[in-house]
Ligand binder design. Structure first.
Ligand code: PMP
Length: 415
């Protein structure tokens, strides 16, 4: 390990050799209950047998069917299978490898299709580390520092973080929409604006749902001004929040959806979806890459979809998410350090504080270190690392949830 770049920082001291379901194992046979799912990726659990079988079969058949050169059956079948889960009218899918890459693809398409330069992103959003994606990201300055000046043409509008602003949600939404209109009036003319990009449930900043009133406020403004609404569903989509896409909670239809992470159970695949009419306004051949829609990744994604459908993982995320939330609420009653519980489905975050509204990243770090020492892997997020997140696989058992809550309760008592 001595030659691994110090630029790649790990949050745990674990060297994982294999995974099975909700568990990660090291070379000595020690195991950890994995409530990170590789940051919301292995929604079907580690090495789900159906995903493994599909990938293994494909590896022996064809690995690299370069998609600027040929099509391949898995990619074509996958577009049809994804179409069944996409909102009506979003009937074209373009693949890349990572979340960031698909964010770039969405931005490129939005600018090409509208002929407009500007973009609006929302405070606290995380969209990735590549240049355009980092320019849209304000969840932590770590992603931007030393990388500036970033891409021009981006305005950051407020997101309804009612907890942080110490407001009720209705007041907060009204203020945020008011501020957005002010941004239109003062720095980013709607006629120059190609798209707004939003995580309907913010991930890295601390698991904040945008809520129906805010999302509908954005939709109205996009319709009025011919601006595209892009939903970054990379972390919250694909069943995790208890609906297939997180924006479905808020009864709005985006013009473009970006998906990655849970899409392929850990194989590198991402995609943007939009209407064919919109995609026809982009420049053919301007999107693509060497590895996109890799045949093994597509096989794993088709198997992932089978597992999600057959094991009803979307409704499981809803039911088990409610059960987990209830157990966390019981802990909150006993521990003042849990100031707020946020999120939806099996995407929950605990705001850890030293006093009300005083984020305590050090305590959150001690909590997850205690969990690691005692056999559970967790992650933090939030601008000060003060949010402990709960991201189990959607296949997690009720007994594993009980065990996780028990381990976390012990950490709360002993740190
Ligand atoms: N958007 C969101 C909402 C994300 O959570 C992430 C990754 N955490 C990304 C974009 C970037 O994805 P990737 O790391 O695959 O580039």
């Amino acid at each position: 390990m001595s030659h691994l770049s110090p630029l790649l920082v790990q949050s745990s001291g674990i060297c994982a050799e294999r995974g099975e379901g909700s568990w990660l194992y090291d070379q000595d046979g020690n195991r950890w209950l994995d409530f990170t799912s590789g940051i919301g990726v292995t929604s079907t659990g580690h090495c789900h047998p159906k995903v493994v079988a599909a990938a293994q079969a494909q590896v022996a058949k064809l690995v690299h069917a370069q998609y600027a050169t040929v099509t391949h059956p898995n990619m074509l079948t996958l577009t049809d299978r994804l179409y069944e889960h996409l909102p009506k009218g979003l009937d074209a899918v373009a693949f890349s490898n990572s979340g960031s890459e698909s964010v770039e693809a969405a931005v490129r398409l939005a600018r090409q299709a509208t002929g407009r330069p500007n973009l609006i992103a929302f405070r606290g959003g995380f969209h990735g580390r590549t240049l355009a994606a980092a320019s849209l990201t304000t969840s932590t300055s770590k992603v931007r520092t030393g990388w500036q000046p970033l891409m021009a043409g981006v305005s950051i509008a407020p997101f309804p973080h009612a907890y942080r602003y110490k407001q009720d949600m209705d007041t907060c939404v009204a203020d945020c929409l008011h501020e957005l209109d002010h941004i239109f009036a003062t720095e980013c003319n709607p006629a120059d604006t190609a798209a707004m990009i939003i995580e309907p449930v913010q991930g890295e900043y601390g698991y904040y749902p945008a809520g129906q009133a805010f999302m509908q406020g954005l939709r109205e403004r996009c319709d009025k001004h011919g601006i595209l609404l892009i939903a970054d569903e990379i972390q919250a989509g694909y069943g995790r929040t208890g609906k297939f896409w997180s924006h479905e909670h808020f009864a709005v239809k985006p013009d473009m959806i970006i998906t990655a992470k849970g899409l392929a159970s850990g194989y590198p695949l991402s995609a943007i979806a939009a209407s064919k009419a919109l995609m026809n306004h982009g420049y053919p051949g301007s999107q693509g890459g060497t590895y996109g829609a890799n045949a093994v990744a597509c096989a794993a994604t088709l198997a992932t979809l089978d597992v999600i459908e057959n094991e009803q993982l979307v409704s499981r995320a809803d039911t088990l998410g409610s059960k987990l939330r209830q157990q966390l609420e019981a802990l909150q009653k006993q521990h003042d350090c849990i100031d707020e519980i946020r999120g939806m489905g099996l995407m929950l975050g605990l705001e850890i504080v030293s006093a009300p509204h005083t984020p305590d990243g050090d305590r959150a770090a001690r909590l997850i270190k205690h969990c690691e020492t005692n056999g559970m892997l967790m992650l933090r997020c939030g601008s000060q690392g003060q949010v402990v997140r709960w991201l189990p696989p959607l296949t997690v058992s009720e007994a594993e949830i009980d065990k996780a809550v028990e381990l976390f309760a012990a950490a709360l008592k002993e740190t």
